[in-house]
Design a protein around this ligand. Structure first.
Ligand code: UDP
Length: 141
C-alpha cells in the first residue's frame, strides 16, 4: 500500500449541521491526516469548474446551486490508501444506500445533499488538490 493524498470536501449541508469535527474525527481515527484545510464559500465559477466533468448531467445546475448555498470545508487527506479509504468512510453517493456507520449514512439527507465529496482515483485526486490548493499549501504529514 502506498501513501496517497485525496481531496475531501465537507459540503454545505454538513457544515450547516455543525459536524465538521465529527467528520474530521472519522478521518483521524481511520489513519488519515489533514495535510491542508480551508473553509470557503465557493463562487459559481469555482463550483462549475470543480464539477466540470458533470456539466452535461441533468443534475449539474442543482449540484452547483447546492455547493454554493453556504460555506464548505475543503481538505487534503493523506495516508495509506487514502483515496479508497476516504471513499469507504464516505459511503455510497445516495445516503439511503450507504452502509451503516458511513459518513453519508450518518450525516446526509439525500443524494444531492450528501455531506461529503472525495476524489475517486489518483488522477482526479491530483487535479482536484491542485484546483483548491495550488503551489505549496499542502504539507507532508
Ligand atoms: N449527484 C446528484 N444526483 C445524482 C447523482 C449525483 O445530485 O443523481 C451529485 C451528488 O452530490 C454527488 C455528485 O453529484 O456527490 C457527484 O456525483 P458522483 O457520481 O461523482 O458521486 P460521488 O463521487 O460524490 O459519490
Amino acid at each position: 500500500m502506498a501513501v496517497e493524498r485525496t481531496l475531501s470536501i465537507i459540503k454545505p449541508d454538513a457544515v450547516a449541521k455543525n459536524v465538521i469535527g465529527k467528520i474530521y474525527s472519522r478521518f483521524e481515527s481511520n489513519g488519515l491526516k489533514i495535510a491542508a484545510a480551508k473553509m470557503k464559500h465557493l463562487s459559481r465559477a469555482d463550483a462549475e469548474g470543480f464539477y466540470a466533468v458533470h456539466r452535461e448531467r441533468p443534475f449539474f445546475k442543482d449540484l452547483v446551486d447546492f455547493m454554493i448555498s453556504g460555506p464548505v470545508m475543503i481538505q487534503v487527506l493523506e495516508g495509506e490508501n487514502a483515496i479508497t479509504k476516504n471513499r469507504e468512510l464516505m459511503g455510497a453517493t445516495d445516503p439511503k444506500k450507504a452502509e451503516k456507520g458511513t459518513i453519508r449514512a450518518d450525516f446526509a439527507e439525500s443524494i444531492d445533499a450528501n455531506a461529503v465529496h472525495g476524489s475517486d482515483a489518483p488522477e482526479t485526486a491530483k487535479v482536484e488538490i491542485g484546483y483548491f490548493f495550488p503551489g505549496m499549501e499542502v504539507y507532508n504529514r
